[in-house]
Design a protein around this ligand. Structure first.
Ligand SMILES: [Zn+2]
Length: 300
């Protein structure tokens, strides 16, 4: 954001200013169970952000080509992912913008029918951090209503679009009575979120761009940037992230996108990763909601 010339530069800020900014939303007490259900040493939280067409719509784009890539997420991406999850009998979480749910209601019903979780992921994948408070609040609440109406289950968690947070997001999430957020990055374990220094009761299940397929695979046709990480290398990165979580005893959380990973040359990464994780004893695959609830109840 451009500051007026008269405003002090960050290096001139008084201590209370930068402490105030940092203190809006902060990681509070860690919620790390000594072990996971069944004595498991590692919990595995797989998630899929079903952005589909909203990647184009969010900024007012009307490109029919890019919208068709979004529709691929529905026609090919999600079915391929559901097939892999079913083959391994793994439950996962899908974060779905309301507009995706309205465009593809049958997809959401299929996801829920397979016992996966559906969570909030914005209205049209809007940049929530630039919205006025009232608009952000109204949208976030309408998202929950739409998902409940379409999928038949009221969401208990939110992943903000682009993992963006306004100074008001957490207060809205708490007001809605959501159990958790999964958009921030302050730890590898679950933790309670602090709002202006006070415990909010909302649990964070942290994400990381390192464990997100979009970072490695996305391409903008009109920019010079091209994907430079081959799927085999992405697999190695995710595998090492799991190895660390297993060694330390904790959570391996992963984010993928149906319209990014649901391709013939990439879907094997998910399949092979689950196979690799399954070759380890003491691993608990669960939805984000189940992991958060367990961490909240048993976390020290
Ligand atoms: Zn998204």
């Amino acid at each position: 954001m451009k500051k007026k010339d008269s405003e002090p530069a960050p290096w001139q800020w008084p201590e209370e200013r930068w402490r105030g900014i940092v203190g809006r939303v902060r990681a509070g007490r860690p919620l790390r169970p000594r072990e996971w259900p069944g004595g498991a040493r590692c919990a595995v939280a797989l998630s899929f952000d079903s952005d589909h067409d909203t990647s184009e719509l969010r900024d007012g784009g009307e490109s029919i080509g890019r919208l068709s890539q979004g529709q691929y997420g529905n026609r090919q991406g999600v079915p391929r992912i559901l097939d892999v999850l079913a083959a391994h009998d793994v439950k996962a979480s899908f974060f779905v913008p309301a507009v995706t749910a309205l465009l593809y209601p049958d997809e959401q019903r299929r996801v829920v029918a397979a016992d996966h979780e559906i969570g909030i992921h914005g209205w049209i994948h809007e940049r929530n951090s630039v919205l006025p408070l009232q608009a952000e609040r109204d949208l976030q609440m309408r998202c929950a209503d739409v998902l409940e109406r379409v999928a038949g289950v009221r969401p208990v968690g939110i992943r903000t679009p682009s993992w963006d947070f306004s100074p008001h997001t957490l207060a809205i999430t708490r007001e809605m009575g959501l159990v958790y957020d999964s958009s921030l990055m302050a730890d590898v374990d679950c933790y309670e979120l602090l709002l202006n220094g006070e415990a909010s009761g909302v649990v964070e299940l942290p994400v990381e761009w390192i464990r997100d397929d979009a970072v490695y695979f996305n391409m903008n046709r009109f920019a010079a940037l091209r994907p430079y990480t081959p799927p085999a290398d992405v697999f190695e990165i995710f595998k090492k992230e799991f190895d660390g979580a297993y060694r330390e005893g904790g959570i391996f959380q992963l984010t993928m996108h149906p319209h990014i990973s649901g391709y013939r040359s990439r879907i094997w990464v998910l399949d092979e990763l689950i196979r690799y994780i399954r070759s380890h004893a003491g691993v608990w695959f669960a939805t984000h909601a189940d992991i958060v609830r367990y961490a909240k109840a048993h976390g020290a």
